[in-house]
Design a protein around this ligand. Structure first.
Ligand code: MOS
Length: 744
């Protein structure tokens, strides 16, 4: 293996395409004769459609057709997934099982109730505003998690864990914490809108889609339209991010594809930003009850983490808040449970570090409270309760360098300068708070395929259906081929994001790198074998050599004193390319528990005079196995820190308690961090290879940085202000002292 490539800071190989505007995103595609769809979206959260008045809309310029529940083709529902669909290459998955326009039932505001197709985007939108829908609105609706819990007992949604006797251990313990933490609805808000461009050719469906998984999206559309997967092509060469919202198909993709078949022309359908708060998933609201207890020495003796999340009336999405809780700390008595409650919102979905992001806000806030209750430093407390193995499965860790992460980050941050007394650290008018929290994410490896060709012109081509969602997968694919062939990166063509390429997993779960590299390596090695076979043909300089004795070095075939560029050997024989098809399986290793570890240290500054809270510094140390491209890897953690700040301080999609309507479904009122909010960040990548997962020891880095950050901020805020905010976001009014009522 060539270590001048793997682990080396590498600029994105597709960077030029992006900065010059040549990279085409879904809605940049305009096939000949394309039309435009624009949705009509429900303005009630619950009820039935009583009637649709389309007279004005039909007369509007350029209108081709208007689809709705009485005018839409019959399609097939996506079956319940079987086996492990999330990581399978043949599965079909949706979060919202209801088909668009399936019937007259409305179960959330912002649900598609009609689709106008017209000759231009402007005409489609203008006509859509003229469609008048009458509703039989339900007398009441469920607008919030709290209302849901009042309306019906939450449903046990499995994925729980129990060991020992957590109840009695808690009751008999020396130090105890018992608190409820909540997180609001958050929305993914990728820069690139959800979009579909669909057209049909000879009974086959072609789709450009903003998706994190072309292979599964293809499988899913095939099920819906009753086609075989080879009759559907889904392309997503570039994605303007997804954060989980683009993992599985949403109604607009079906709507655009069906409309295109009905009118016999291509249809482009972009989901407006407001409906990206309703009909393309969100992180659900959570309510988390945590009870912790220690003995006199501060050793954890009981952990309970019981969560409820909101889901829709159509689907049972589970936010696995306790997924990390069962294994992060050593403790003999543990209970983790997950419940769901139905609300009149669209179906939730995975959002960057699903489960762990809200879960570790709660757990790592509670651990801070527990450390203080036990009279300990929060870092020392975590080290004291470090778990030598995964106690939830009784497996050893494949690789765990959490204590090293703690030490390196604490040193870089200057944790030893922390004065433990609340509100004791000041500079000018500002109170300074230091906080920390662990981060954690499961490490996966899924099946994948890839094809590599070594071409007569001396270049190599790798094709694989996997997508680059902005994370650097093009570069990692090129690095893999470069490290095995010795070719420079600029001689390697990478083609991704097309379902007609060899099947690959979704770009999600932080598993693309760990899953796709082995398939690409397998394909590369097979291509080299074929190349050596061609090299042994009569008339070549290697005709007398055994294939095993020939090596490929720096792009040259070498045997003894013979060294010839491999392209020459192929072109002399008029052979276009030597090829290999790679296929590798998922992680079959049952011996170990595979997780990634890390820690965030955060400094906040609170100026009580003007009620200003700033996150000034973040130092993170992350243990994700071998780092393939440190440039892109650090970029992922930096990005996760920004998103984590949003979660901690700003993000909250609100729904009117009286009618379930979204309130702040736009970029102006759904607050996210801006440049002025950015702290100084330092990301330390530990880089210990985890060779139990793949030959490089790479785990995956997309999500872990998102976990724990909000807790580290909340813990720092407590240290500065003495206010324990258990309900995200940490908005300013939660820190301001309520003015005493003045006597009249
Ligand atoms: Mo990630 S939530 O698996 O895109």
């Amino acid at each position: 293996m060539n270590d001048t490539v793997i682990g080396v800071e590498t600029r994105r190989v597709e960077g030029r395409e992006k900065v010059t505007g040549h990279a085409k995103y879904a809605a940049d595609n305009h096939p000949e004769g394309m039309t435009f769809g624009y949705g009509v979206f429900s303005t009630v959260a619950s009820g039935k459609i009583a009637g649709i008045d389309m007279d004005d809309a039909r007369k509007s310029p350029g209108v081709i057709d208007i689809f709705h529940h009485d005018h839409f083709p019959a399609l097939f529902k996506v079956p319940q997934p079987m086996g492990s669909p999330v990581t399978s290459l043949s599965g079909a998955i949706v979060d919202e099982r209801r088909l668009p326009f399936e019937n007259d039932v409305v179960s959330y505001a912002g649900q598609f109730v009609a689709l106008v197709v017209a000759d231009t985007f402007e005409n489609a939108r203008a006509a859509a505003y003229k469609v008048r829908v009458r509703y039989d609105a339900a007398k009441s609706q469920v607008a919030t998690l709290a209302q849901g819990v009042k309306a019906a007992a939450p449903k046990d949604s499995g994925k729980g864990h129990r060991r020992g006797e957590p109840e009695s251990a808690f009751d008999g313990a020396v130090h105890r914490v018992d608190a409820v933490y909540t997180t609001p609805v958050e929305t993914h808000n990728p820069m690139e809108m959800h979009a579909t461009v669909a057209y049909w050719e000879a009974g086959n469906l072609h789709v450009y889609e903003a998706t994190q998984g072309v292979t599964v999206h293809r499988n899913t559309l095939a099920r819906v339209f009753g086609l075989t997967p080879d009759q559907v092509e889904v392309r997503a060469p570039y994605i303007g991010s997804g954060f989980g919202a683009k993992l599985w198909m949403w109604p607009h993709s079906v709507a655009a594809s069906a409309a295109s078949r009905e009118i016999g022309r291509p249809v482009q359908l972009v989901v407006p930003r407001a409906q990206m708060f309703t009909t393309t998933g969100h992180r659900p609201e959570t309510h988390q009850h945590i009870r912790l207890a220690t003995d006199a020495a501060g050793k954890l003796v009981s952990i309970r983490h019981e969560s409820i999340n909101s889901t829709s009336f159509t689907d049972g999405y589970v936010e696995t808040c306790g997924s990390v809780t069962s294994s992060l700390y050593s403790c003999p008595n543990v209970l983790v449970s997950h419940h769901t409650t139905q609300v009149n919102r669209g179906t939730p979905t995975s959002m960057r570090a699903p489960g762990a992001a809200p879960g570790l806000f709660a757990l790592e806030s509670a651990i801070d409270e527990m450390a203080l209750a036990a009279g300990q430093d929060p870092l020392a407390f975590r080290k004291l309760n470090y778990s030598q193995k995964d106690e939830s499965t009784d497996q050893p860790w494949s690789s765990n360098h959490l204590n090293d992460a703690y030490d390196q980050a604490a040193k870089a941050f200057g944790w030893e300068k922390r004065d433990a007394r609340v509100g004791s650290m000041r500079e000018g008018t500002e109170l300074i708070g230091y906080g920390m929290a662990a981060c954690n994410w499961e490490a996966f490896r899924t099946p994948s395929e890839a094809r590599v060709s070594l071409n007569a012109d001396g270049t190599a081509t790798v094709i694989c259906a996997v997508q680059d969602i902005g994370t650097g997968t093009y570069t990692i694919a090129a690095q893999t081929v470069a490290s095995i062939t010795g070719l420079p990166l600029d001689k390697i063509h990478v083609k991704l994001g097309d379902s007609s390429f060899p099947d690959a997993p979704v770009s999600g779960g932080s598993w693309a790198t760990a899953s796709v590299m082995p398939a690409i390596a397998d394909a590369t090695r097979k291509a080299i074998e074929q190349l050596k076979g061609y090299a042994g043909n009569p008339g070549t300089p290697f005709a007398d050599a055994k294939p095993d004795a020939i090596t490929l070095t720096g792009g040259n075939l070498v045997h003894g004193s013979n060294s010839v560029p491999f392209g020459e050997v192929l072109s002399k024989q008029r052979i276009a390319s030597a090829e290999g098809h790679g296929r590798t399986e998922g992680n079959g290793n049952k011996e170990f528990s595979f997780r990634s570890f890390g820690v965030h240290f955060v400094e906040v500054r609170w100026d009580p005079g003007i009620s200003r809270l700033r996150v000034a510094r973040v130092v993170s140390a992350i243990d994700v196995g071998r780092v393939i491209n440190p440039t892109a890897a650090r970029n992922q953690v930096d990005g996760a820190i920004v998103m984590g700040l949003g979660m901690a301080l700003f993000e909250q999609a609100e729904f009117d308690e009286r009618n379930g309507l979204p309130v702040n479904n736009n970029y102006a009122e759904y607050m996210v961090p801006v440049h002025a909010d950015q702290p100084e960040t330092q990301v330390i990548l530990l880089d210990y290879p985890d060779l139990h997962l793949n030959e490089w020891g790479a785990r995956g880095i997309g999500e872990i940085g998102m976990t724990g950050l909000a807790a580290a901020v909340a813990n720092a805020v407590y240290h500065a202000t003495g206010k324990r905010v258990r309900s995200l976001p940490i908005s300013l009014e939660k820190l301001m002292d309520v003015p005493a009522t003045r006597a009249a």
